[in-house]
Design a protein around this ligand. Sequence first.
Ligand SMILES: *Cc1c(COP(=O)(O)O)cnc(C)c1O
Length: 513
Amino acid sequence: MVFLSNAISNSKLEGKDECTESDQTEEVYSSTVYGSRWSDQPIPRFELPEDEMPPHVAYKLIKDDLAVTTESALDSKPTLNLASFVTTYMEEEAEKLMYENISKNFIDFEEYPMSVEIQNRCVNIIARLFHAPVDNPNQEAMGVSTVGSSEAIMLAVLAMKRRWQEQRRAKGLSTDKPNLVMGSNVQVCWEKACRYFEVEENYVYCSEGQYILSPEKAVELVNENTIGVCVILGSTYTGHYEDVKAVNDLLLVKKALTGWEVPIHVDAASGGFVAPFVNPDLEWDFRLPLVKSINVSGHKYGLCYPGIGWAIWRSAKYLPKDLVFTINYLGADQASFTLNFSKGASHVIAQYYVLIRLGRKGFTSIMKNITKHADRLAQMLEATERFEILSERNGKGLPVVAFRLKHNEKMNYDEFDLATRLRERGWVVPAYTMAPHAEHIKLLRVVLREDFTRIRCELLMKDIKLALSLLDKMDRAAIKTMRSASQRWTLLKHATLAFKGHKNQTDKTYGVC
Ligand SMILES: *Cc1c(COP(=O)(O)O)cnc(C)c1O
């Protein structure tokens, strides 16, 4: 049966829907985002707006903004971003936990004692993973969650400096010129730490063929004013592990000769969650007696979203007491060593989730898989006979592939041009120059993160070959045009102009982290 409805004529209407005239015409907004007046106005960029806007409108405008701008178009395809070590994928359960705890302030020990307990569990697990000695109740390892490796490194540098000062003062010696020995391939946070905390940067420079710290040269540079030696487990430039054991052994020899006990800090930002699973016999951690502190980024191969890192010390002896603040809550003392006060607790909770969810087995399968993919990619690149591989294989370094073009006279393009062409296909493979004193070397780097699969590896390879064939056909003039066009795409268009012209002392490009 079909019903037919008739449209009632106006004169017959009873209780007609009255439409009251609004006295707030200005305030009326459409319930749709794009029909509202906010979509017809510039988004506030400089001043706090006088007026409110509805939450769904604010949400959508910001979301659209993020999706439209060129720099963030990359954000929307994290899987093609092969530049960064930082985690772009976490399981739903981890995200749920993070979201459920997003409002918790980690520093509120009193209100959220469980967050502190969870940090303690993480510190215990990580300290043991790094073979911290746990046999002496009077000399237990200590650790703290940080915002990332940078904060962890700042804390470690402060601790090394203060301990050196205390020892020097006790002997009546000058504390005027502390220095830190490190390779010129250090991440920028080491330069920051040295400048912020007034420690001289004592560099071992890289050279052609030597892209990481030379243990011999490092130990040669050590003097009575050296507060520590930084050794990197996973150079950001090429992924190489620096030889912590060699530095340890040479420093022991030097100690026997001079009496100076110089601590090693291992910057294991990337390698700390890789080496223990892929290369468990490699001695780089607290198994070596002079390794007194280690940092690791939870948001790199610790597989958490950005905002978490760890600093671990061999024992309280290496954490001068006057740097540690004691906060009393509910009658119990809580020691605090951080650069900031408030921070979210959800990242600490997420790290705990990853640790107990994956266990040794889970980490091992993931890290071994990406190590295998890295080796495969390196092999495929080599098979083109167009590239030289600069990174390690077989798990002897990070799961990254650093490579450069084999140049010949006929070639009109370089690594930066190849990066530009790959970008046109959506891939972010950074090109950069090597660390100071080897900066004439240009290279490209692919970082393999957890979600880099074999199939993605093959797709990337296909696009690299395509990019090469396109570049091979371009003459000098065409390459020049492409370069000037791509310059207009500079990522940080709105970078602050206040320091324009200010020259940084080292003037180096950093391997992207
Ligand atoms: C990433 C990285 C850092 C800085 O770590 P954040 O967690 O980003 O602060 C320091 N050192 C090395 C070797 C790194 O790879």
